[in-house]
Design a protein around this ligand. Structure first.
Ligand code: XUL
Ligand code: CO
Length: 435
């Protein structure tokens, strides 16, 4: 044990009446919701980068956090790993996620960086066995180092493409070795700052080539997890190719990868793309590519990706409603891609952030389950589309009628469809009964 979380004890479920700020009031891991324990629905993960690697800087000021591992050598990396697994244990978090750059100091060469990554993976292997916390997903950081400033897969320099490919390989190997359940690709630099210096067609071909190699390699090494793309419209690049879920789907379809790759959807990224989070989940489900979620929230006034812990139950409830309707998570889970505010400098703040986030998600999940169990809402939707069950409607949908045939029927039957209320206010009131 380190003394980082000195005096803090594992968070326990104490029920909604508890006034203990370090207890769960809604997340009760073993409570059965729609036939299975809450923890199996939610599959929480802690993100290494925000909680252990981020130093609390902003564009106007540097480090505000004072962490004993910020020296950045291999001993510090080991200490960071010790503290990370202590937090997972205090929260009883079933999963964690990391980038290579979060866990190991960069080496002077590719080979040295990989060697260090593998050292950390040895440590993780032991800790996973010891604590039972598992790896939800691994990923490569292909955006912080200056070599990636003009992109990784989409870089105009093929040597950078090669370096990125090698880095992804190393991270897939480690993710596979650690029993990771997914491998994520988020392309913060896969886009452009100005079209003046960019060939978008060529860059998208490069990106698809990289993704195809990732899929091939996954099969070659027998990695059974899902390959996930994480959409985001911009930030850090001014425009990113993985703009939103539907853009990613079109990209996958164009390059024949739509059966191989799914999406990891992040709340804040959905907002930046001008959508709601539930919109992105619903679209992924409709396209058949729903994989996992990065849970957080954006500040609605700021216009950038603030990665705050979630605390809006009605929003989270609608997202979990769509996740449940999509069949729930299989390999995916709820990863807290959420960070403390830079003034929240105490170790205890890491607990407040995660406990509040886990409770918010638990309330959202329970509300979503209650909406489904009640059935009124699903029945409304069923009835709204019931006309499509008719014989002629089905024939139109299946492509058994041409435009001329339909035109003839409209004329013969003298069709005169009457508008029906969409009942938005009724539905908003209905949903409010559960949140
Ligand atoms: C950045 C972001 C990343 C990915 C993993 O906005 O969300 O942390 O989740 O690279
Ligand atoms: Co994310």
């Amino acid at each position: 044990m380190t003394d980082f979380f000195k005096g803090l004890t594992p968070a326990k479920y104490e029920g909604p009446e508890s006034t203990n700020p370090l207890a769960f009031r809604h997340y009760n891991p073993d409570e059965i919701v729609l036939g299975k324990p809450m923890k199996e629905h939610l599959r929480f993960a802690v993100a290494y980068w925000h909680s252990f690697a981020w130093e609390g800087g902003d564009p106007f000021g540097g480090r505000t956090f004072d962490r004993p591992w910020f020296g950045g050598d291999m001993d510090d990396a080991r200490l960071k790993a010790d503290v990370a697994f202590e937090l997972f244990t205090l929260l009883d978090a079933p999963y964690f996620c990391f980038h290579d750059a979060d866990v190991r100091p960069e080496g002077e060469s590719y080979a040295k960086s990989v060697k260090r990554l593998n050292k950390l993976a040895d440590i993780f292997e032991e800790k996973i066995a010891e604590t039972g916390t598992k790896l939800l997903w691994g990923t490569a950081n292909l955006f912080s180092n200056r070599r990636f400033m003009s992109g990784a897969a989409t870089n105009p320099d093929p040597d950078v493409f090669a370096y990125a490919a090698a880095t992804i390989k190393a991270n897939m190997d480690v993710t596979h070795r650690l029993g990771g359940e997914n491998y994520v690709l988020w392309g913060g630099r896969e886009g452009y700052e100005t079209l003046l210096n960019t060939r978008v067609g060529q860059e998208m071909d490069q990106m698809a080539r990289m993704l195809s190699m990732v899929v091939d390699y996954k099969h070659k090494i027998g990695f059974e997890g899902a390959i996930l793309i994480e959409p985001k419209p911009q930030e850090p690049a001014k425009h990113q190719y993985d703009y939103d879920v539907s853009t990613v789907y079109g990209f996958l379809k164009k390059y024949g990868l739509e059966k191989e790759v799914k999406v990891n959807i992040e709340v804040g990224h959905a907002i930046l793309a001008g959508h709601t989070f539930e919109h992105e989940v619903a679209m992924a489900s409709a396209h058949g590519i729903f994989g996992s979620i990065d849970m957080n929230r954006n500040d609605y006034q700021s216009g950038w990706d603030t990665d705050q812990f979630p605390n809006n139950v009605p929003e989270v409830a609608l997202a979990y409603y769509h996740i449940l309707k999509a069949g729930g998570f299989t390999t995916g889970g709820t990863n807290f891609d959420s960070k403390l505010r830079r003034q929240s400098i105490d170790p205890e703040d890491l607990l407040h952030g995660h406990i509040g986030g886990m409770d918010t998600c638990a309330r959202g999940l329970k509300a979503a389950a209650a909406i489904i169990e009640d059935g009124t809402y699903d029945k409304f939707l069923e009835e709204r589309y019931a006309g499509w069950n008719g014989k002629e409607a089905q024939a139109m949908l299946k492509g058994e009628r041409s435009l001329e045939e339909i035109a003839a029927r409209v004329e013969t039957d003298d069709l005169d469809p009457q508008p029906r209320s969409g009942r938005q206010e009724y539905l908003e009131n209905l949903i409010n009964r559960f949140v």
